[in-house]
Design a protein around this ligand. Structure first.
Ligand code: GMT
Length: 378
């Protein structure tokens, strides 16, 4: 099949997922065309089946806001027509679904061909941004106009129906992980650099937005640090980072916390860590937690959104209510003091992650594509 993938090219979960999906489809012989404003961060391999089309947004002094959605829809039209795409798969509704709708109408008008588009809902496009009444009518319309709609968790499907008048079925296709890539042997030398005296290593990775409650990560670590020699790695970057660094200083744990910024080789970092902390206000799924589990790391998270669908309390990690720092700290202290239980739970986390292995999920997307593919030979 010839598939167009539209996503955010940054470190966010939806872009990561879309890129990994495209790479896997290309490996299976499909022709994949990424349409984004930048090379996606995980699109770091050469594959003859992968094409990248940059969306350029010409500026003009009149524009306070360059019309990205228009540029995106026009690029979609160009790629559909010149590469004879069978379908478009857009990740994150805003503004990708409405741009896809526009592109579809233009191609239909020009050629009489109806090119299907599939919209995958990822999280904040529904639970945060999309619900803003400035965007809601366009979001609702373009989701309903999608030929197929998928959501990355049961929780996100429920949230979508709760907050938008959606008239179509939403298929849940969960996020996935390439277990082979993440189940790496820890590099001892690397572990020693971070924890020279054999300290336990806790990890958090996100885009440091409010919804991630990064302050809670520092507060949990400060409690753990009172009882156990430990280090904390903070991966990623975003608006909350400066205040989080301040908090680490205020709580006197800054010597043991490393803010390492955005990292491409997450698997090396995950492999040496013991506990992944994700105290988010909301996660539709929590892809970062799944990648951690695949790397044999246990997850201590909140029970918000779709997290209970992947983090099994007492098996793959532990959960508490949003903001319940005391309980999350107690879970972390308890498990880090019990080496035997920690090892067993790490294996359980890994075993659970294998259920979400990329090889199980890609065929589900291929099946969906075949249902909508315009040519009979798909
Ligand atoms: O987590 C973020 O803020 C980034 C965001 C995105 O769209 O890039 O992530 C959302 O999509 C991910 C991939 O499906 C999910 O794993 C995340 O849970 C979800 N984030 C939220 O719902 C806050």
């Amino acid at each position: 099949m010839r598939i167009g993938i539209v996503c955010y090219p940054t470190f966010g979960g939806s872009g990561v997922l879309a890129t990994e999906l495209g790479k896997a489809l290309a490996d299976k012989g499909h022709q994949v065309h990424f349409i984004t404003y930048q090379q996606p961060v995980r699109l770091n391999v050469f594959n003859a089946n992968i094409f990248y089309h940059e969306v350029r947004v010409p500026t003009y002094p009149l524009f306070d806001y360059p019309p990205y959605e228009v540029a995106l829809a026009s690029t979609m039209v160009d790629v559909i027509m010149n590469h004879d795409l069978d379908l478009l798969h857009v990740h994150y509704a805003i503004p990708h679904a409405s741009a896809a709708y526009m592109a579809k109408q233009i191609v239909l008008n020009k050629t009489g061909r109806s090119v299907p588009f599939i919209t995958t809902l990822h999280g904040t496009d529904i639970t945060l941004v999309g619900r803003d009444k400035t965007y809601e009518p366009v979001v609702t319309f373009s989701i309903n106009e999608s030929d197929a709609i998928t959501a990355v968790s049961e929780n996100l499907k429920e949230e979508t129906f709760k907050h938008f008048p959606i008239t179509k079925e939403i298929q849940v296709i969960t996020n996935f992980v390439d277990v082979n890539r993440f189940a790496k042997k820890p590099i001892d030398a690397f572990r020693k650099v971070i924890a020279p005296n054999g300290e336990k290593i806790l990890l958090h990775a996100s885009n440091f937005r409010k919804v991630k409650r990064v302050d809670d990560v520092i507060k949990i670590f400060a409690e753990v640090r009172k009882q156990i020699p430990a280090k904390l790695m903070m991966v990623g970057d975003g608006p909350e980072r400066p205040s989080t660094e301040n908090l680490a200083r205020e709580l006197g744990v800054d010597e043991d916390v490393r803010f390492v910024g955005k990292q491409e080789q997450m698997e090396e970092i995950l492999a040496v860590s013991d506990v992944f902390l994700l105290p988010s206000e909301y996660e539709s799924f929590g892809l970062a937690a799944l990648e951690a589990m695949a790397a044999r790391e246990i997850v201590i998270s909140t029970n918000a959104g779709g997290l209970p669908e992947i983090n099994i309390h007492g098996v793959t990690g532990f959960m508490a209510n949003v903001g319940d720092v005391a309980t999350m700290s107690a879970f972390a202290i308890d498990i880090l003091k019990n080496e035997h239980k920690l090892s067993a739970m790490k294996e359980a986390a890994y075993a659970h992650a294998t259920k979400y292995d990329i090889t199980n999920i890609i065929p589900i997307y291929e099946k969906l594509y075949r249902q909508y593919c315009r040519t009979g030979d798909c």
